[in-house]
Structure formats: structure tokens, C-alpha cells
Design a protein around this ligand. Structure first.
Ligand code: GLC
Ligand code: MG
Length: 552
């Protein structure tokens, strides 16, 4: 056993960072979707040793931290977001020792590690749920979940009209040991993901203990899954109309964003703060307004919340500017940094959302420079630094995402953003697995050779080199990163379709979201651009769908 000899040291300060207290306020955090990042053992599924082997790549890319999606023991009904044991590593991903070794190496490279916590629901194979199903109605075991009698003469109808985010009713009826139909249980996601009853003290204290387990192992924080879902409106009232779940993001719903959820985060913050090294919590919360979202990042709650408003905007100057202003104002009103995110493992990749092809790619390049110039913390989703598009033509026999399957609409599936990363070499798997392995849980398109890490490295026009340069500059330039009074974003006058802003006295970012070139007075010395910018005496011509960074 090597376990005892591995002590995970706290993450050291980065060389460039005098600003290391409050490291999270300007951190660039790279999301590792573990199944699809790097496969060390050739079983076609990414794993912890795979991530460990690629830490040099992440350090070289220039990110500050990685967030790793769930790697806990799981039957994989939702690919790890259905947790059977919160303190165990699923064998497909490795062992707890692999995790310890990953932490040691990450910290040695100055990379922090954030793990994913799934508190809203467990797997239906979690010991608590197995016990609950075996236990009688009204028992303590059932009280840990949300069991109710059905409606209708024989309880044949769900207890209320709530819909699952993945489609269909949010309730499944149980079968009693004698074979008769029994109570129903609530699952806001797949039937294999029963919702916990957060009214119960035992549930709260168990999850605090899970947090402690990972904090003791040295993790730097938690990404909190469905952070807005744990508390339900008293009495579980009907929504009153169908298809309500389509409106996630702005609807007021009795199962999302209830005020009671904040008490949980206040307790978690006390625990996080009792550890050294500034351990953080980041909420995956969908709230009806940016104001409601800001509640999650009040000083005594979580540190960050994903900014899905920004992600949801089209590549249009006005729309982006509105989201930026609103996010900065609302997060700022509670003293929190804004976050910026363009893609994740649940969304269509932004190259595709922005129109796909050459246009989508050009816009994605510009969006990267925009995002990395904004005040606050940025989240990158693996593969966006390679400019990967959504894979829209995965053969149907490979589709496995429960959101696509349960909704009966493959276009709602998330497999297309989860295709394993191309590292090097040739089809079928482009170096995803060990030498000679052709296994991959999702097939990669035949065109991905040119988008591999090896193919893009050293090519000055590649997306990868753009990200590397931008991240290096972001470290060097004192005006970028977290917002201070001196470096707050100041909008500059700009023609329609163009965003121009200043950070501090030394930096300007310009973004042309329009479909034709625009001439501007040269703001300063060109630092970096997404495509070539022609500069004549006093004018800079910004091509369509492009961005540039300037030193002033
Ligand atoms: C979050 C995750 C998503 C998962 C769901 C249920 O939205 O990001 O992947 O399916 O929660 O846990
Ligand atoms: Mg593997």
C-alpha cells in the first residue's frame, strides 16, 4: 500500500500570483469530463490515471484548476451523476489511491482540484434507496427520500404534475414486496436518480460528512450539482401546466430555487472556511433571474455560480453586453466575482451554437478572447481549446445519454458534446487510449485528426495556441483577472455590433460580432488577435467575427 506515504500538500501559490489569496476570484477552471478526457487502461472510458498523465498538458495550457465530473461508484445511469457511494471511486475510473496520486501531482504543478458533488439525488443503488424500497411505507428509511401516495382511486396517478428534466413524469411508482403497486418516489432527473429529502437532518449531516471526507483528502472545492434543487416547496404543489421543465432557466418552479436551499449553503460555507487554503463551492444553479442567482454567492454562502445567462446569449454585441453588465452588477452586489462559461457537458458546444463551420469557429475564437478579458473567473470545457464542434451525427446505436433517450428526442441528447478528446494520431480514437487501443465509449468523427492536441500544437493559427497565448497574457497583464476598483470594466464607444472595453490603464479588448469588417481608431499596440488585423496609420480594421487584445 502506498497510501500512507502520499500526503497531499495544499496547493502552492503560482509563481506569477501575488493575488493568491482569493485565488478563485480570477481562476481559470478547466472542466474535465472524466469519461472522455484520457483513458489509461484501454477500456474506452477515461479515468483518473488518464487525467494524471495529462496534467502537464493542463499546466502548460495555463489553467489554474480543474473540475473533475463525478468519479464515484455509480451504476452510470447518468454517467456518474447517479452516485451509489459518495466515498468510493468507481472501478471504471480507478481507485482512491489513483485520486490521491492525482491530487499530489496536480498540487505539485500548481493546479487546484475541484470535485463534483451530487447532493440532490442518489443512485437507486445507493444503500439508502435499496433500504427504502425494502422498508414499509412511513418508515425512517423511506423518509430519506420523497415517497408519496399516488392520486386517483387506486393511487394510479403520480402525486403531482411535476416533470422530470429528462422528460416524462418526475415520479415512478414502486412495487411492494407482495407484487402490488406501492407508493411513488420523486426523481427530478432519471428514475434511477431518486431525490433525497433535504428536510431530514440525517440527510444534511451525512452530506456534510461527505464534504469532510473529500476536504480531508485535500480537494480545493466542490462543484455542486443541481444546487438549486434540494429544497422543494412545502406540500409539493402542482405547477399547473405541462411542459414546464422546458422552461428551466427562467421559470419559477416549486422544485427549483426555493429560499430554503440557502440555509444548506450557509452550513457548508462554515465547513469550507474551517479548512485552510480557501476551499470553494461553485453552484450549478438555474435561477429565474441573475438577482436570484446572486443569492447563492452571498458572502456566507458559495463562492461562485455558473453564469448560464452569458452562455445562453447569441454571438451578438448587444446581447452579450447586456449579459455582462447584468452579471457584473448582480454578482458584484453581493461582493462575488462573476463567472464566464461558454460550454459544458450538458450543452451543445459553442462552435456549433454560434453557427458551426468556419463562422462558428471564428466566433468561438472571438468569444474566448472576450471571456478571458472579463473580470472574474472563467470555466473552460475540455475540447473548447481545440475548437471542437458538437458531434451531430453520432450513429443512433451509440447514443446513450438518458436525456436524449428518456425524452424520446435524440436532438436533446448530450452525447455530442461528450465525444472523447483527440490527443494525437489517427482514427478511430486519436490517442484517447493507450498505444494501440481502439476502444472508445463514443466514436469520434473521421475529421478530428486535424483538431488533435498534437496537430494543433505549434500551429500559430490553431485554437489551442490562441488559448495558450491568451491564458499566458492573462497571467502577465496586471489589468486582467479579478476586478479591483482600478481594473473594473469600462465600456468604450464602439460602432453597432462591436464591443470595446478597457480594463485598468493598460488594456483594451475589442470584439466585432458583425458579419463585415469594421474600422476603429487603433486603441494601442496589438497583443493578440483571433485573425489578422490590418493596421494603417490610425485605423485598425477588425474583420467580421473577430476579437483583439491591445496594450494601451
Ligand atoms: C446536472 C449535471 C448533469 C446531470 C444532472 C443530474 O445538471 O450537469 O449532467 O445529468 O445534473 O445530476
Ligand atoms: Mg479507462
Amino acid at each position: 500500500m502506498t497510501t500512507e506515504t502520499l500526503t497531499v500538500e495544499a496547493a502552492p501559490a503560482r509563481e506569477s500570483g501575488a493575488r493568491r489569496s482569493d485565488w478563485w476570484r480570477d481562476a481559470v477552471i478547466y472542466q474535465v469530463y472524466i469519461r472522455s478526457f484520457a483513458d489509461s487502461d484501454g477500456d474506452g472510458v477515461g479515468d483518473l490515471p488518464g487525467i494524471r498523465s495529462r496534467l502537464p498538458y493542463l499546466a502548460d495550457l495555463g489553467v489554474d484548476a480543474l473540475w473533475i465530473t463525478p468519479f464515484y461508484s455509480s451504476p452510470m445511469a447518468d454517467f456518474g451523476y447517479d452516485v451509489a457511494d459518495y466515498r468510493a471511486v468507481d472501478p471504471v475510473f480507478g481507485t482512491l489511491d489513483d485520486f490521491r496520486a492525482l491530487m499530489v501531482d496536480a498540487h505539485a504543478r500548481g493546479l487546484r482540484v475541484i470535485v463534483d458533488l451530487v447532493p440532490n439525488h442518489t443512485s437507486d443503488r445507493h444503500v439508502w434507496f435499496v433500504e427504502a424500497l425494502a422498508a414499509p411505507e412511513g418508515s425512517a428509511a423511506r423518509a430519506r427520500y420523497i415517497f408519496r401516495e399516488g392520486r386517483g382511486a387506486h393511487g394510479e396517478l403520480p402525486p403531482n404534475d411535476w416533470e422530470s428534466v429528462f422528460g416524462g413524469p418526475a415520479w415512478t411508482r414502486t412495487v411492494n414486496p407482495d407484487g402490488t403497486a406501492g407508493q411513488w418516489y420523486l426523481h427530478l432527473f432519471a428514475p434511477a436518480q431518486p431525490d433525497l429529502n433535504w428536510e431530514l437532518e440525517e440527510v444534511r449531516s451525512e452530506m456534510l460528512d461527505v464534504l469532510r471526507f473529500w476536504l480531508d483528502l485535500g480537494v480545493d472545492g466542490f462543484r455542486i450539482d443541481v444546487a438549486h434543487g434540494m429544497v422543494k416547496a412545502p406540500g409539493l404543489p402542482d405547477v399547473g401546466h405541462a411542459d414546464h421543465v422546458e422552461m428551466i432557466g427562467n421559470a419559477v418552479l416549486p422544485f427549483f430555487d426555493q429560499d430554503g436551499v440557502h440555509e444548506i449553503y450557509r452550513a457548508w460555507r462554515l465547513l469550507l472556511d474551517s479548512y485552510d487554503g480557501e476551499r470553494i463551492g461553485v453552484a450549478e444553479a438555474w435561477a429565474p433571474t441573475p438577482e436570484r442567482l446572486a443569492n447563492y454567492v452571498r458572502p456566507d454562502e458559495l463562492h461562485q455560480a455558473f453564469n448560464f445567462d452569458f452562455l445562453g446569449r447569441p454571438f451578438e454585441a448587444e446581447a452579450l453586453r447586456t449579459a455582462i453588465d447584468h452579471s457584473l452588477a448582480t454578482a458584484g452586489s453581493v461582493g462575488a466575482p462573476s463567472t464566464w462559461v461558454l460550454s459544458n457537458h450538458d450543452m451543445k458546444r459553442h462552435v456549433t451554437r454560434y453557427g458551426g463551420g468556419a463562422v462558428g469557429l471564428a466566433r468561438a475564437r472571438a468569444a474566448a478572447l472576450l471571456m478571458l478579458a472579463l473580470p472574474g473567473s472563467a470555466y473552460l470545457y475540455q475540447g473548447e481549446e481545440l475548437g471542437l464542434p458538437e458531434v451531430l451525427d453520432i450513429p443512433v446505436e451509440f447514443l446513450v445519454d438518458p436525456q436524449g433517450i428518456q425524452s424520446g428526442d435524440p436532438s436533446k441528447g448530450r452525447d455530442g458534446c461528450r465525444v472523447p478528446l483527440p490527443w494525437s494520431g489517427v482514427a478511430p480514437t486519436y490517442g484517447f487510449g493507450p498505444e494501440g487501443s481502439e476502444a472508445s465509449w463514443l466514436p469520434a468523427p473521421s475529421s478530428w485528426g486535424a483538431s488533435s492536441v498534437a496537430a494543433e500544437s505549434g500551429d500559430p493559427d490553431s485554437m489551442l495556441e490562441l488559448y495558450r497565448s491568451a491564458l499566458a497574457l492573462r497571467r502577465e497583464l496586471p489589468d486582467l483577472g479579478a476586478e479591483t476598483d482600478e481594473t473594473a470594466l469600462v465600456w468604450l464607444p464602439a460602432p453597432d455590433g462591436v464591443l470595446a472595453f478597457r480594463r485598468g490603464d493598460g488594456f483594451v479588448c475589442t470584439v466585432n460580432t458583425g458579419s463585415s469588417a469594421v474600422a476603429l481608431p487603433v486603441p494601442g499596440a496589438l497583443l493578440l488577435a483571433t485573425t489578422s488585423v490590418s493596421i494603417t496609420a490610425n485605423n485598425a480594421e477588425l474583420p467580421a467575427d473577430s476579437a483583439a487584445w491591445w496594450r494601451i
